[in-house]
Design a protein around this ligand. Structure first.
Ligand code: ADP
Ligand code: MG
Length: 426
């Protein structure tokens, strides 16, 4: 470096000026080195401090590595002013915050949301020499919501843009996908205040609010559109009416391959409040009772269907389906000694795989649509056909180290649903 710095002097011949430049440069270099050394000393001290603070935590090394990674990165989270993009298929990811229990256990948070569409999983690994290291796995989606995002913000970029689809005579569908406990019901049904759920703050209710707003808007007021809602559960390939005490319903297919759920309750709703009552009633039915089917709502798909009709024609004007999917960890539940659980797991697996293929087919117009692959996709067939179908999938992940493997599975699934600008590793 010194030689390089001296070069201009021998070439330029501006004797004393050149040598004073060299002196300045050397001084600057010395200063830089001192600063660097100082910083390294501080970092070592910081690391030592961190070690002492967390040495009772078996994961303190991973914690330190994740912290170091974060310190070296610039974060540019989604801003409310960021534009809402128009896609036929939107796939995004939402990271929930660590909960109290995880914080108390000192669980490392292994997820970093770097920007409005870029997420990194810091996967803890052990080398063959038993040294710990992180494998940082990167994923790109349409949006990435970090732990500070509210349901309102998530709604703005996911389901809200699809309300327009319903009024243009189309079918809109919104899925919540992820592991049990990752925040699907929180996002769709509304956030929890202790044990009670605030239904007003969920995507179900927010969609309802916008639907009623559209109905009375100058553009659509004259059409006298009416709104109604159904709420049902698909469990083990069978349909149960959540608005009729979980009555089991039959599914029939007519000659046009249209699937009918026989006797499904369809409640007329005239206001957001009335819709909220339907949501509340259905949700309570889903999580109450002691039959095998609702012992755990994580093993069923819940479907809220909001239908908009014009009085002059019997046909549906538009439809919005909102689906709180079964926990994806239950899909591979083959280790269970319980035969019933294994069958349920196989059925869930089948439906989630069929769902992935159907959304992919929607993305490639004219592709074979394998909707017969499961009851879920069979019933939602409308969502995957037609020029007017729009879908969004919100993929939820838990940030804890314990959930890392599940989170990676979830993100890989989502990456297949819509091929984004590929996963890359660093
Ligand atoms: P799932 O339906 O996927 O099983 P839940 O929606 O029931 O998960 O969420 C599990 C717990 O985590 C709930 O207590 C919920 O309040 C909490 N939770 C989920 N997502 C968030 C979030 N984004 N912010 C705060 N708490 C959340
Ligand atoms: Mg749930």
């Amino acid at each position: 470096q010194k030689q390089q710095a001296a070069k201009p002097e021998s070439q330029g011949g501006a004797g004393w000026q050149g040598s004073s430049n060299v002196v300045k440069q050397v001084q600057q270099q010395n200063k830089n080195r001192e600063q660097r050394q100082q910083r390294q000393k501080e970092l070592r001290k910081d690391k030592e401090l961190h070690k002492r603070m967390h040495q009772n935590n078996p994961n303190w090394e991973f914690l330190a590595m994740i912290r170091e990674y974060r310190d070296s990165m610039e974060f540019h989270p989604l801003q409310e002013s960021d534009p809402v993009e128009d896609h036929a298929i939107t796939v995004c990811v939402r990271k929930r915050p660590l909960n109290m229990k995880e914080v108390d256990r000192n669980e490392p948070d292994v997820i970093s949301v770097l920007s409005k569409n870029h997420i990194v999983v810091h996967e803890p690994k052990l080398s063959v020499y038993l040294t710990k290291f992180l494998e940082n796995q990167h994923f790109i989606f349409d949006y990435a919501f970090d732990e500070s995002c509210s349901n309102d913000l998530v709604y703005k970029y996911t389901a809200k843009p699809l309300v327009q689809t319903v009024f243009k005579g189309g079918v809109a569908t919104c899925f919540a996908y992820g592991q049990t406990g990752s925040g699907k019901t929180h996002t769709m049904g509304g956030n929890f205040l202790g044990k009670t759920q605030n239904f007003q703050k969920g995507i179900y209710a927010m969609v309802g609010e916008d639907i009623f707003r559209y109905c009375t808007s100058p553009e659509y007021n004259a059409l006298n559109l009416t709104v109604s809602a159904s709420f049902y559960e698909i469990y083990n390939g069978e349909v149960f009416d959540l608005l009729a005490k979980r009555t089991k319903l039959r599914i029939l297919e007519d000659d046009k391959q249209q699937v009918q759920i026989m006797g499904l309750t369809e409640r007329a709703v005239n206001s957001v409040d009335e819709l909220l009552q339907v949501i509340q009633h259905g949700t309570r039915t889903r999580t109450s009772g002691k039959t095998a089917a609702n012992a755990s709502s994580s093993r069923s798909h819940a479907v809220l269907q909001i239908v908009v009709r014009a009085p002059s024609i019997k046909n549906i004007h538009g439809k919005f389906s909102l689906i709180d999917l079964a926990g994806n960890e239950t899909a591979g539940d083959m280790s269970s000694a319980n035969r019933q659980r294994r069958l349920e797991g196989a059925e869930i697996n089948k439906s989630l795989l069929a769902l992935k293929e159907c959304i992919r087919a929607l993305g490639r117009k004219g592709a074979h649509l394998p909707f017969r692959g499961s009851k879920l996709t069979h019933i939602l067939r409308d969502s995957f056909i037609g020029v007017n179908s729009k879908t969004c999938m919100i993929v939820m992940i838990s940030p804890s180290m314990k959930s890392c493997e599940y989170s990676l599975n979830t993100l890989r699934y989502a990456d297949h649903v819509k091929e984004h600008r590929s996963i890359y590793k660093q």
